[in-house]
Design a protein around this ligand. Structure first.
Ligand SMILES: [Zn+2]
Length: 341
């Protein structure tokens, strides 16, 4: 990793000095030199290091000199890394040749047993080496769905999510924990001392991991439910739905986008679909008779002239589900009908 960082530095310096991020040009200019300096360094790793260096040069548009950290993460591809989940070993290129390492197993790993390892990233942190493995799997066939398979999902105010099947995901825990972190962060920020800043960083990391964990659990529960199509509103309505500053501070940071991303890939892996619908009027429309009337909604309650009454977020999630249903039937109708004559 030390050698790789130096190689990357060398390529970055060359690129910056002669103002190029062209792959072939940089290869011609640096490859022989690198080979001479690091004769034992695997050539496949020179190539991945060069790719990473070029990405850094491109990102900065050659605008500044790049400083590569010592022991930077090292990218591996198929040529320099082999991972077998079945036989529980990795074979990895190093400066001292190829080495084979066995590993144990755990529940987390078993979930990917039928996935194909594709690439990896070697990371050095807290005196340990970690290998992040990128895995891939072919998309499963999309499950056929009818109206009853569509779940509408809305973001509530007092609930994180409200689903059209009357399921409410409560945000008490999230509010409590986020509130605690917000308080700690404010205290530490006002202190401003070096240890306080260190603590602040630690707490921010903890908070991020907490939210990620909540999102993983939520999206897993929903993806694995009996529904086959998940309908959302297309745009963020979070700000519009704000319920005062306090709420925004508490839940504004709740990463809804991350939730959507997690649900999307978890659903996709199961052959389920995500449908994004137009958010217009979803909270003003009656999900029973389709009348649109703003004043029908009062706080968290929706009541229509047709006699229909419901929790406002639930009413909105049912509208989202209905829009999702028309969307999937439209997709179905637009599929070509092949007739042989
Ligand atoms: Zn109505």
């Amino acid at each position: 990793m030390q050698a790789a960082s130096k190689i990357r530095q060398l390529i970055c310096d060359f690129g910056f000095n002669i103002q190029t991020d062209n792959k072939n040009e940089l290869h011609d200019l640096t490859y022989k030199k690198i080979r001479k300096l690091y004769p034992e360094f695997p050539s496949a790793l020179i190539q991945t290091s060069r790719d990473v260096a070029i990405e850094a040069l491109k990102k900065d548009k050659l605008g500044r000199k790049i400083k590569v950290k010592q022991m930077s993460a090292l990218r591996y591809d198929k040529r320099c890394l082999r991972v077998s989940f079945e036989h529980k070993f990795i074979s990895i290129s190093t400066i001292r040749g190829r080495i084979k390492l066995n590993f144990g197993t755990n529940k987390q790993l078993n979930r990917y047993i039928d996935w194909k390892p594709k690439a990896g990233m070697l990371i050095y942190r807290n005196n340990n080496l970690f290998l992040n493995v990128v895995v891939e799997k072919e998309k499963p066939i999309i499950q056929q769905a009818t109206a009853k398979d569509v779940l509408g999902i809305d973001r509530g105010i007092n609930n994180i999510l409200v689903c059209s099947n009357n399921q409410f995901f409560n945000s008490k825990d999230l509010k409590r924990v986020k509130g605690k972190y917000q308080y700690l962060k404010r205290v530490l920020q006002s202190k401003g001392t070096k240890p306080a800043i260190k603590r602040l960083k630690l707490i921010s990391g903890k908070e991020t991991r907490f939210v990620t964990d909540v999102n993983h659990r939520l999206s897993k529960a929903i993806a694995e439910s009996d529904f086959k199509v998940f309908a959302f509103e297309r745009l963020s309505r979070m700000t519009k739905k704000s319920n005062g500053k306090r709420f925004n501070r508490m839940l504004g940071n709740w990463s809804y986008n991350q939730f959507e991303l997690f649900l999307s890939y978890k659903a996709e892996a199961l052959g389920k679909q995500i449908v994004k619908v137009n958010p217009r009027y979803t909270s003003q429309k009656c999900s029973n008779c389709n009348t649109i009337k703003k004043t029908n909604r009062e706080g968290s309650w929706y009541s229509c002239g047709c006699g229909f009454q419901l929790h406002a977020d639930l009413n909105a999630s049912r509208n989202i589900a209905n829009l999702g249903i028309s969307e999937i039937s439209r997709l179905f109708v637009n599929q070509p009908k092949v007739t042989t004559i």
